[in-house]
Design a protein around this ligand. Structure first.
Ligand code: ATP
Ligand code: MG
Length: 444
């Protein structure tokens, strides 16, 4: 089990690198941590690349984990951090568009070249801070360019996950994708079919969670990558809507503006629900004889489509369930001001409500600009804040049995009706609740 960090990750990695160095091996910070340091970002984790073989690494760090030793990777724990120590290597031929068949241990130059993008191919001497650049990564970092190392199409054919990584890095870092690399993305997009849904999902989520998620999704569509795992999205392009409600344009544009309007720190369920809330529009679109455009039932069809899409991507059940609920209910926000109190309280008591409210906010802000329902709900939240939306029941099934009723479907009807009275504020105590049940018990 990993212990809590007792020192910064960089310090822990530095200690390991020094030990390798003292034993006569080359040891460099490598990849993402060098990139992030040079960008002034906090690296997620530190990786070390070394001339030591996995055996030599394991001998120096006996408690390390050798599961990846076959590929030259050993994970050492120090100061509460798990640090990857990878032997310089050249990857052999790729069999399945994902993993090399074999690896050969080599030197730093070769190790830089097997990495995916120039900005990920940098090394840094941990002691002196000197950056070692065999692939032109420093220049690309400076110009904010994402460029494949070597021949882009070949690199994507070797490992098709790099297609998703390219879009992910370009959107999380805000880098433009160099032209040849971009062209190869489009050319190789179909290869994504060989990648497991879980891996696609993880990259896709990172794109949706970053503040430039709109750029990311647009890039996925432009390159055709989204067609491999979210083909339904393309039909939203050119799916035009009534201009009086949607002056911003078609369903795709509307959705992209919403993605952009979300805050920086949002749950994945909210980002997914925004992306999918109108996914049912293209297949439900009809035009009346007078030219009026309708999308009847797009919410329930959209919920069903979202369920299918997210299950194929292997999102956890809870994520699927929440997103489906949010998509299914998004049109109900238009009616909240007409709801009876009990209905409104039940509506607001859904665990997804806060996220749905935010979806509703950006749904309006990106189109008609209405804020009345949003403000109404905010006021209601304040008004209802002093007590639970759904208070503990004043009476239950036992009381009905005590009145001589036999358990059955009628029980739920009676108790739901009682709850409505309670939510509406017409019944306030147990006395009144029992009287209500007695009065209605013999009705059929
Ligand atoms: P982050 O950790 O923020 O996702 P990272 O660059 O550290 O970014 P990792 O997946 O942790 O990415 O990989 C570490 C390094 O290993 C990368 O910087 C890159 O040099 C190399 N690498 C990772 N995945 C691939 C791949 N699919 N093909 C080629 N090189 C890769
Ligand atoms: Mg990393």
């Amino acid at each position: 089990m990993r212990k809590d960090p007792v020192m910064p990750a960089r310090e822990a990695a530095l200690a390991l690198a020094r030990k390798l160095h003292a034993a006569g091996h080359e040891a460099l910070f490598a990849g993402g941590c060098v990139r992030d340091t040079l960008l002034g970002r906090e690296p997620k984790d530190y990786d070390i690349a070394t001339s030591a073989t996995p055996d030599e690494v394991t001998r120096l760090f006996p408690k390390s984990n050798e599961v990846g030793a076959h590929f030259g990777v050993v994970i050492a724990n120090h100061g509460g951090h798990a640090i990857e120590i990878a032997t310089f290597r050249t990857d052999g031929s790729y069999r399945d568009n994902r993993r090399p068949e074999s690896v050969t241990f080599s030197n730093a130059t070769e190790d830089a070249k097997r990495r995916d993008f120039t900005i990920n191919g940098l090394f840094q001497n941990p002691d002196t801070g000197e950056v070692i650049d065999h692939v032109g990564g420093r220049e690309d970092l400076k110009n904010r360019v994402l460029r494949a190392i070597g021949e882009p199409a070949q690199r994507f054919r070797e490992d098709a996950l790099r297609l998703m990584r390219a879009v992910r890095f370009s959107s999380t870092l805000g880098f433009r994708i160099e032209e040849t690399t971009a062209a190869a993305l489009a050319e190789c997009a179909p290869l994504l079919d060989r990648i497991s849904p879980e891996r696609i999902r993880d990259e896709f989520s990172r794109i949706l969670l970053c503040p430039r998620r709109r750029d990311g999704v647009e890039r996925l569509v432009e390159t055709g990558l989204s067609d491999r795992f979210l083909p339904e999205l393309r039909a939203t392009i050119g799916c035009d809507q009534p201009p009086e409600w949607h002056p911003e344009g078609d369903v795709f544009t509307h959705t992209m503006i919403m993605l952009e309007m979300l805050g920086t720190d949002v749950p994945i369920t909210l980002a997914l629900a925004v992306l999918l809330h109108d996914i049912g529009k293209p297949p439900t679109r009809t035009v009346d004889p007078d030219g009026r455009i309708r999308f009847n039932g797009h919410d329930s069809l959209g919920a069903e489509m979202s369920d299918g899409i997210l299950r194929l991507l292997r999102y956890p059940n809870q994520v699927v369930e929440d997103v489906v609920t949010m998509v299914a209910r998004h049109m109900q926000f238009m009616n909240v001001q007409k709801m009876r109190v009990a209905k409104l309280k039940r509506f607001m008591s859904a665990p997804t409500f806060e996220r749905e409210l935010e979806l509703h906010r950006v749904d309006c802000a990106s189109s008609n600009g209405f804020t009345d329902n949003y403000e109404f709900l905010q006021n209601k939240e304040a008004e209802f804040a002093s007590e639970p939306l759904i208070p503990p029941p004043l009476a239950g099934g036992r009381d009905l049995i005590a009145m001589g009723l036999n358990p059955g479907p009628r029980f739920k009807e009676l108790l739901d009706a009682l709850e409505t009275e309670q939510l509406e504020g017409r019944i306030l105590d147990r006395e009144a609740a029992l009287a209500y049940l007695r009065r209605h018990a013999d009705e059929t």
